[in-house]
Design a protein around this ligand. Sequence first.
Ligand code: NDP
Length: 292
Amino acid sequence: MTADLIDGKAFAATLRARIAGQVAALKADHGITPGLAVVLVGEDPASSVYVRSKGKATAEVGMRGFAHRLPAGTPQQELLDLIARLNADEAVNGILVQLPLPRHMDEAAVINAIAPEKDVDGFTVLNAGRLATGQKAMVPCTPLGCLMLLRDRLGSVSGKDALVIGRSNIVGKPMAQLLLADSATVTVAHSRTRGLPDLCRRADIVVAAVGRARFVQGDWIKPGATVIDVGINRTDDGLTGDVDFAAAREVAGAITPVPGGVGPMTIACLLANTLTATARVHGLSDPEGLTP
Ligand code: NDP
């Protein structure tokens, strides 16, 4: 059996087109144009690429983009002052501070300075807490994208055994919360987990967010399982996920490729969150199909 490919690139393109339609309607009906501010501190090459593609994607769906680039040595207070200005700016509906920040900065303090209603990454304590307690939140983009792919493939994840490998605040933890809220039975694995291959063999859904190339082996996969590979690893053979794709594809029911799986969903969900934030601040109902 060869697994079906979950085409995140195509799904994300459809999602972006739908968002563009909703942005146009917002403009026509209410005279509102959503605005996303992206803040980059320093010159990290990977971050610069992400920030550029976020700016391009914003313009393509008809939103306004505000790019703020600060030198690596910027004092933290200057960044906090910029965030305060963006919090107060009515043209800005979403604020994203590209991580990682330079070492002299306190990442948690910077992130939590973002107004929760503009926190389109969903990384503030308030949004993480809302997600964990089942309240309306801004949800981190990568796990939101994974959830959309899973629902599209499976219809519902209710009652399924889901294994999330990785417990970062950015991917693993919010992914687990979203699956739990959707009534999956969730196990979260990390570097101290014992017997990971056997845990994996029981899982109907595997979400791998480890950061190690081809870490999840083909013979760990339950036949027919749905495998979501979040990993982006730069290797001599190019970009590789956290799953041994060739081997897993022989066993799984469906699997995301890398590239072309989760990656494109992340940016599409950032646009989705910006639109949701805009609707909420104007007292409009949440745009359809963009929230969990
Ligand atoms: P982190 O490094 O923050 O977290 C990695 C997690 O993997 C940790 O919880 C760690 O455990 C766990 N881990 C490490 N080694 C093992 C092991 N041997 N067995 C089990 N678990 C292990 O990474 P992120 O969550 O930020 O990202 C994960 C991957 O996803 C990366 O490849 C990243 O590039 C990619 N990514 C992709 C995105 C996209 O848009 N497609 C967006 C964000 C990330 P412990 O906590 O114990 O250390």
